[in-house]
Design a protein. Structure first.
Length: 583
């Protein structure tokens, strides 16, 4: 089989001299050429260390007789953008990075690829990019940062900030938390979107078994990167592409793992968008179906007790999948060239779990703990919960759906009828929450924050202000057509679709409407007007009258990528990808 890179050398005689001018040696030109694409940059802790993993991957490519070419598509950090309009660029950055990777790999074809990322939009973006290229490829998840003193992790900072705003702690305490929450490189140390998407890469079969969410400073992670380089060359020679590996069964496995780890709600944006790139159809209903009755096993923050570095110490994705064996598609293919079942069997005999146990012992000594792996990843027969971790709600308020992470929601909000308090921006809502203008029994709405309105930013500060208030966090709900951080906890419902900017019912909610939330019944609906219950037919008539008076808002962005996004973003419940030809 002639490699595509060698065909290109014949078609484009300029290629050899241009690559020699880049620093390649003549003997490199005939080798399998591997695209090493990463989100490395000095932008945030999740990307600042990826150059070391790139170097290790390039070493592995060379060991296997290939030549690795380094390309970069740096991502941004949601945490650094919080509280400013910068957060509006977060979701669209996924589309831009995926597009740049598509350009890199298409303008100059490569025989295979190694794709490295750590964080919220970088990881789904590289997955989407490699899907478009459909190369023989291996993904290297960039790992998680260490916990700080007293097991401090970044998702707790919102709580510290809200407590400071309410005068409950002093500035010195807040500054201590700021200076200790991110002690190393890597993704934030909880099962937020970054950690979730690293786990998804492995669960889909695109990363080497056991490689997701290691401590970013672990020597094991460097070895995984090197081995990924080796395997990418082997896959290129075998002609095995990503599209030959990923199937609907791969996505169903990943969603069951998502349920087991109480993954981020943002995964409902990323996996449907990624599946679409592979020509596979999944949506929020797929998540809801698979989460019903699924085992929730992982005791890691924000829903659990421990920082994310403990995930690897307990055996990582393989340990979770081992517990889920009865419900997984064990015949799903992976980048190893073996099935998922074969990989799990091999890990029992190759020292993987002994290595994890060694690191758990080291962590116990470091933090003064005595945890067993079962304290972190619960056995299938003794789960934390038995109904997955997310639910997709529907009703006249969200005809296309909305999502809630019910494992992080207080039980008081599983069945509730609340009074509507609509706000047309997060800034207005946050001010009301912090200054006690929101009362128990309110359904607080933040609307016009969907992808077509402002880019679909996170409602992080408002959700943290609510969940950090012990009384308010159990007596109100926050409902939005925006999204939430993977760190968010509390009674928060996001991705309400259709969004307000598209004229969805969320745009028509008025002060005093009665809002029903029924998580077990999967209901989110307007059931009353001005504090009085009405029949479904009466509610429909009221909404029809309000719709006649409703007018779309002028676009907030009139140029650049956010204007493009506002014009072409698909519904949040479809994945909020760029949709140039609506289906």
């Amino acid at each position: 089989m002639q490699l595509i890179s060698q065909k290109m050398r014949v078609l484009a005689p300029e290629m050899d001299p241009l690559r020699l001018g880049t620093g390649w040696k003549p003997e490199d030109l005939a080798k399998p050429q591997i695209l090493i694409e990463s989100t490395f940059g000095d932008s945030h802790p999740g990307s600042g260390h990826l150059d070391q993993l790139v170097a290790a991957a390039r070493q592995g490519v060379a060991e296997a007789g290939g030549f690795g070419a380094r390309y970069f598509a740096t991502d941004i950090c949601d945490g650094e953008s919080q509280g400013t309009d910068g957060i509006n660029f977060s979701l669209v950055s996924r589309e831009m990075i995926a597009g740049l990777i598509e350009i890199h790999g298409s303008a100059t074809p490569f025989d295979g690829g190694v794709f490295l990322a750590s964080c919220d939009k970088g990881m789904p973006a590289v997955l989407m990019g490699l899907a478009r290229l459909n190369l023989p490829a291996v993904v290297v998840p960039g790992g998680t940062m260490s916990a700080g003193p007293d097991l401090l992790t970044l998702e707790q900072l919102g709580m510290y900030s809200a407590r400071y705003e309410r005068g409950e702690i002093d500035e010195a305490t807040l500054n201590w938390a700021k200076q200790n929450a991110c002690p190393s490189c890597g993704a934030c140390s909880f099962i937020g979107t970054a950690s979730t998407m690293q786990i998804m890469a492995e669960a889909l079969g695109l990363a080497l078994p056991g490689s997701a969410l290691l401590p970013a400073e672990s020597p094991d992670l460097l070895d995984y990167a090197r081995r990924a380089g080796v395997r990418a060359v082997e896959l290129a020679r075998e002609g095995c592409k990503a599209g030959d590996i990923v199937t609907l069964h791969s996505f169903e496995n990943a969603i069951l793992v998502h349920a087991a780890v109480s993954g981020s709600t943002n995964c409902l944006l990323h996996l449907p968008a990624l599946a679409r790139e592979f020509g596979i159809a999944i949506d929020g209903d797929t998540f809801d179906r698979l989460h019903r009755g699924a085992r929730y096993l992982l005791d890691i923050r924000p829903a659990g007790r421990w920082p994310a570095e403990f995930f690897y110490y307990a055996g990582g994705v393989p340990a979770v999948m081992e517990q889920l064996r009865p419900v997984l598609h064990l015949d799903a293919m992976t980048v190893t060239g073996k099935t998922l079942g074969e990989n799990l069997d091999e890990l029992k005999h190759n020292g993987f779990y002994a290595r994890c146990q060694y690191w758990l012992q080291q962590a116990n000594a470091k933090y003064g703990l005595s945890l067993s792996k079962e304290d972190i990843i619960r056995p299938y027969q003794n789960p934390i919960g038995t109904d997955g971790s997310i639910a997709v709600l529907r009703g006249n308020l969200a005809p296309e759906g909305a999502v809630i992470k019910h494992t992080a929601c207080p039980k008081e909000m599983f069945h509730a009828v609340l009074r509507a308090r609509p706000f047309d921006s997060e800034e207005e809502c946050l001010d009301a929450v912090l200054h006690h203008k929101v009362q128990k029994g309110d359904a607080v709405f933040i609307r016009y924050e969907g992808p077509k309105a402002t880019g679909m930013p996170e409602m992080f500060y408002t959700s943290e202000a609510i969940s950090s208030d012990k009384e308010l966090g159990r007596a109100i709900a926050l409902i939005t057509d925006g999204r939430f951080s993977g760190a968010s906890t509390g009674p928060v419902i996001g991705h309400v679709s259709p969004e307000a900017q598209s004229g969805g019912p969320i745009a028509l909610v008025e002060e005093g409407d009665l809002i029903e939330i029924d998580i077990p019944g999967r209901v989110l609906a307007i059931v009353g007007v001005k504090g009085q219950h009405r029949t479904p037919a009466e509610i429909d008539a009221v909404l029809a009258e309000r719709k006649k008076a409703w007018k779309p808002r002028k676009p907030k962005y009139t140029k650049g990528v956010l204007r493009l996004f506002s014009q072409h973003a698909a519904s949040p419940m479809k994945g909020a990808y760029l949709e140039f030809d609506p289906e």
